[in-house]
Design a protein around this ligand. Structure first.
Ligand code: FES
Length: 114
């Protein structure tokens, strides 16, 4: 950020403010596969908390974290816009609807727990 601020001739606080405002900017490496779990209302009432528990157990990480091998990152989202398929999980660009805890292992494969 110091280099960017110097290059753009902006205060470091401005660069820091922008980089912390947008979720697309990360301060630590993310996993090769992005696992996003919807926690919107429809998904919540249809079991998203149980799916999240299973994903956390399977990967050994919490939302906002990345596995030690940098293979998976886990995020939660407010609503993916596919409420009819609730509960929904998205791995990279693949959308998995009507999730169950049992399907987690099938979708995430033999991802190692930390
Ligand atoms: S609440 Fe999950 S897709 Fe809309």
């Amino acid at each position: 950020m110091l280099k960017v601020a110097k290059f753009l001739r902006l205060p470091e606080s401005t660069v820091f403010g922008v980089s912390t405002f947008y979720a697309q900017f990360k301060f630590s490496p993310t996993g090769r596969k992005k696992v996003r779990l919807c926690r919107g209302t429809a998904c919540h009432v249809r079991g998203a908390p149980r799916i999240l528990d299973e994903v956390e157990k399977h990967l050994g990480i919490k939302p906002g974290e990345t596995t030690d091998d940098l293979e998976h990152s886990l995020e939660t989202i407010a609503c993916f816009g596919s409420c009819a398929l609730a509960p929904v999980i998205v791995v990279d660009d693949n959308v998995y609807g009507r999730m169950t805890p049992k399907k987690v292992a099938q979708i995430l494969g033999n991802a190692k727990s930390n």
